[in-house]
Design a protein around this ligand. Structure first.
Ligand code: HEC
Ligand code: HEC
Length: 281
């Protein structure tokens, strides 16, 4: 075998093997900034139900769909998926069981940019979480779902970690999907984080009433220009406004409480350099 042929074989089979996934990184992401449990963990009267971590629940019911986040502990359907199938479900919304993609509101279009290291770390961690016996049922979508969220993801290199705008963008986008909830409804029916990133104004109805995501751009009147970093950090990680009032769901404050200080700094750095946009009308 020539060296060239050897290299191409290694590259084809190497996309997963090249990654350096760890259970620790997976736990940090899933329980921390990615907050998968914000949708996948049943809610009790005082927040996430005890001993039900990631066991699945009804997430959203509206005229267009009933979205049920499945049990993703090793007792769920994921139990017999290979690492590659599991990663593909998260990044492409394609599962080995279904003929349709995973529907909203799981932010697959953002998850498609998760690095190989990160998605396989998540998979490794999810394979180790306590198993919970729970069948939350199946979703129904009355709206047409796209055939795919994009071309097959292939291999995504891990970004350089640090307190940089680039890493902040990765955390606020593909990892924590801040930018998804915090962008207004676009033409296509979902949040428009491409043209109006961070402008806020997305409405969330639930048992709490209606909450509206805030404008996170540096806009003087409508955005975060006048908040100090400390005020922002307290709102993000504790859901507490500077006046002491409690913020509303569905933002996963208790997940963001686990953000590493430098990761929180990177997110704030990224938000502060977004184009300043007024509140959507
Ligand atoms: C905003 C809510 C939301 C978030 C956040 C979310 N999911 Fe989901 N997820 C769902 C819903 C709803 C479904 C099922 C949709 C359907 O039936 O098509 C789903 C489906 C899945 C499936 C398919 C399981 C099966 O049995 O078919 C996997 C795997 C999954 N999610 C993993 C994750 C992981 C890992 C994370 C965090 C990185 C995550 N999800 C974050 C809502 C969410
Ligand atoms: C599931 C949707 C959702 C996600 C994900 C989300 N948020 Fe929020 N966020 C909201 C909503 C809704 C509010 C308004 C809450 C209220 O008014 O009580 C809010 C409020 C805020 C505020 C208060 C700002 C102000 O001026 O009042 C900040 C700061 C914030 N979010 C930052 C973030 C960051 C940073 C992330 C990602 C790490 C994030 N959010 C992820 C929905 C979300």
């Amino acid at each position: 075998m020539t060296l060239g042929k050897f290299l191409s074989v290694a590259l084809v089979s190497g996309s997963a093997a090249l990654a350096d996934p760890t259970v620790e990184r997976g736990e940090y992401l899933v329980e921390g900034p990615a907050g998968c449990g914000n949708c996948h963990t049943p809610m009790g009267p005082n927040g996430p139900a005890e001993r039900m971590n990631l066991a699945g629940r009804l997430v959203e019911e509206n005229p267009h769909f009933t979205a049920i986040a499945p049990n993703i502990t090793p007792r769920g359907r994921v139990s017999d998926w290979t690492d590659e199938e599991f990663a593909r479900a998260i990044r492409e919304g394609v599962t080995p069981h279904d003929t349709r993609v995973i529907g909203p509101p799981m932010p697959i279009a953002l998850y498609s940019r998760l690095s190989d290291d990160d998605v396989f770390s998540m998979v490794k961690y999810l394979q180790t979480v306590p198993t919970v016996e729970n069948d939350p049922g199946a979703s129904t979508y009355k709206i047409p779902l796209p055939p795919a969220y994009g071309p097959p993801v292939g291999s995504v290199p891990h970004p350089e970690e640090g307190i940089t705008v680039e890493y902040g963008e990765y955390l606020a986008g593909p990892v924590a999907h801040c930018i998804e909830c915090h962008s207004p409804m676009g033409q296509e029916g979902g949040p428009d984080w491409i043209n109006q990133p961070g402008a806020g104004g997305f409405k969330f109805d639930g048992p709490w009433g209606t909450s509206i995501s805030a404008n996170l751009t540096p806009h003087e009147e409508d955005g975060i220009a006048s908040w100090t970093d400390d005020a922002l950090k307290q709102m993000i990680t504790a859901g507490l406004r500077p006046d002491g009032s409690q913020m509303m769901p569905p933002m996963g404050y208790h997940h963001y409480a686990r953000l590493k200080p430098e990761d929180l700094d990177a997110i704030i750095l990224y938000l502060r350099q977004l184009p300043a946009l007024p509140d959507p009308t």
